[in-house]
Design a protein around this ligand. Structure first.
Ligand code: B12
Length: 220
């Protein structure tokens, strides 16, 4: 937790260099993506949420922290891609937040985990209305579509998104995640085929049990 609090301070200063240095030290000392995403970046952002809730920081500070965190994710992924020798395959996954949902850092982490496992990914970021999601999915035909939401009243979007995306002719697998999935039961919004993941650990387990999910760290 100490690292997460230290990182939160750097994110709030918008100090990209020092924040990257902290993450890179973790990376170089052998921490894996799950640890960096769950225990450092997510915990730092949760702490920022606490500071915001208790009026210790402003919305401007929160936005600066978010954009700095986004930078770290991109920078981390760039390094990861250079060092990992996971063989890529042709399985495709697309990632999006339901309509009006702005919190996208978590699903960006999920998309990076898929990519680390060799998947082709398309990350559509926040707030993607269903019609556009369907159109994009129909054109690209991903085998998996991951959705994220963080605000309780956005759960009302789940049923139409899940139903209409699952009904697409190529029958994609729909995966749902987000901070509330750990706290409440949302299965009633889905079908027998819908998968709800409570953490990136669960995503990782699922990825490792996929036919192409085996990591091959052959070569340098
Ligand atoms: C940064 C932030 C913002 C930023 C978002 C920026 C961005 N581009 O993402 C901004 C400033 C825009 C924002 C706005 C708002 N926010 Co806000 N925000 C946060 C904050 C501080 C951090 C969120 C975050 O990035 N966390 C880090 C990520 C990595 O965590 P995560 O999303 O949970 O993801 C993890 C898992 O859930 C999982 N995951 C996530 N998605 C998926 C998807 C799949 C498929 C899988 C497998 C896994 C997965 O992976 C991650 C790692 O485990 C949280 C505080 C908190 N406790 O989370 C509040 C928080 C979520 N926000 C909150 C609120 C209230 C709002 C606003 C309504 C405020 C307002 N009045 O305007 C708006 C709503 C905007 C909207 N329409 O969506 C509340 C929600 C409370 C509630 N009861 O629902 C929180 C909890 C703050 C609080 N303590 O009150 N917010």
């Amino acid at each position: 937790m100490e690292k997460a609090i230290e990182l939160a301070q750097l994110l709030l200063q918008g100090n990209q260099d020092a924040a990257w240095h902290l993450i890179d030290e973790e990376r170089v000392s052998g921490s894996d993506s799950l640890h960096i995403y769950e225990n450092i970046l997510t915990k730092a952002m949760t702490h920022i949420g606490y500071l915001w809730e208790t009026n210790k920081i402003t919305v401007a500070d929160e936005h600066l922290a978010t954009s700095t965190c986004d930078f770290l994710l991109a920078q981390y992924f760039w390094h990861k891609k250079r060092e990992d020798r996971t063989s890529n395959h042709n399985r495709k996954a697309m990632f999006l937040c339901v309509e009006d949902e702005q919190h996208y850092l978590g699903i960006k982490m999920a998309s990076q985990l898929f990519a680390e496992h060799g998947w082709q990914t398309r990350f559509h970021g926040p707030n993607l209305p269903l019609d556009y999601a369907k159109k994009a999915a129909n054109e690209w035909k991903p085998e998996v579509i991951c959705l994220s939401f963080s605000i309780l009243y956005h759960a009302e979007h789940l049923s139409p998104y899940i139903k209409e995306l699952e009904e697409l002719p190529f029958r994609p697998q729909i995966i749902i995640g987000g901070r509330l999935v750990t706290r409440y039961e949302f299965r009633r919004y889905g079908s027998d085929r819908t998968v709800f993941f409570r953490s990136l650990n669960e995503v990782n387990d699922w990825l490792e049990h996929q036919p192409n999910g085996v990591r091959s760290n052959v070569g340098t």
